[in-house]
Design a protein around this ligand. Structure first.
Ligand SMILES: Nc1ncnc2c1ncn2[C@@H]1O[C@H](COP(=O)(O)OP(=O)(O)OP(=O)(O)O)[C@@H](O)[C@H]1O
Length: 231
């Protein structure tokens, strides 16, 4: 299980996270919601090691990750699907998937068939360049690339952003399948309320760098939760 305990995060003098605590248990989908600029991506940067925290603790399965480089967190089992997907546009789909090999043991350096079962389009496009794929296909590729690292926790930053509804459904089904079949923890940052309500086991809402609401997905429909999400 991932535990974020009372963390602060600063960009220079500006504080982006204030005493944020969340947990993401194995076999569950944990969703963090909030408007633009409230600190959701900063929270994921603290989890994946892309930005240092200035206070608090980030732990995964009893290993304290503070100060650990992103590639060592990947070795520990933290798989990341970044906002905007960050697919390598000039590499082929196959090469993009293989870029996930770095943190895995030599014997596991192959693309598991399960990834193609989840996203068949990737198999039919293995020789195409990443940059030639649609946004939705790139998102599937970014998830596939993270799965190549054999994660124990999959961390996704706004996977529905700019993606057509039919592919959002496919991605939602894939996330549920991963939770149910592999028992991995899934930590999802989103602005799309319906997607979270459908998928999440537990939700957190952030506002101005703080957690302001926490509960089961059904609590998203309470007036108190809505107040933090409406612009
Ligand atoms: N690299 C940075 N340098 C300085 N300030 C930053 C940096 N990245 C983010 N911020 C600021 O930190 C705050 C939180 O940003 P963050 O990107 O974490 O929010 P977010 O909830 O993920 O927003 P979005 O939904 O737009 O991605 C914002 O005020 C933002 O302007």
């Amino acid at each position: 299980m991932l535990t974020v305990d009372n963390i602060n995060l600063h960009y220079g003098a500006a504080q982006a996270l204030r005493g944020v605590s969340i947990t993401a248990p194995m076999g569950k989908i944990t969703c963090v919601l909030g408007r633009n600029g409230v600190g959701k991506t900063s929270l994921l940067r603290a989890v994946t090691g892309q930005h240092a925290t200035s206070a608090g603790k980030v732990t995964f399965n009893d290993t304290i990750m503070n100060g650990m480089a992103p590639y060592n967190r990947a070795r520990l089992g933290v798989g990341f699907v970044p906002q905007g997907r960050e697919v390598f546009p000039l590499l082929t789909v196959k090469e993009n998937l293989e870029s996930g090999f770095a943190p895995v043991a030599r014997k596991d350096r192959f693309v598991p068939e399960e990834i193609f079962a989840l996203f068949p389009i990737l198999k039919s496009m293995l020789g195409r360049r990443g940059g030639d794929l649609s946004g939705g296909q790139q998102q599937q590729l970014a998830i596939g690339r993270a799965l190549v690292t054999r994660p124990k926790i999959l961390v996704l930053d706004e996977p529905t952003e700019g993606i057509q509804p039919s592919i959002i459904k496919d991605i939602g089904r894939a996330i549920q399948y991963l939770r149910d079949s592999t028992g991995m923890a899934i930590l999802l940052v989103e602005q799309y309320l319906d997607f979270c309500r459908e998928l999440a086991d537990h939700v957190y809402i952030m506002d101005r760098g703080e957690i302001v609401h926490e509960g089961p997905a059904e609590t998203l429909d309470t007036p108190e939760a809505r107040r933090h999400l409406t612009v």
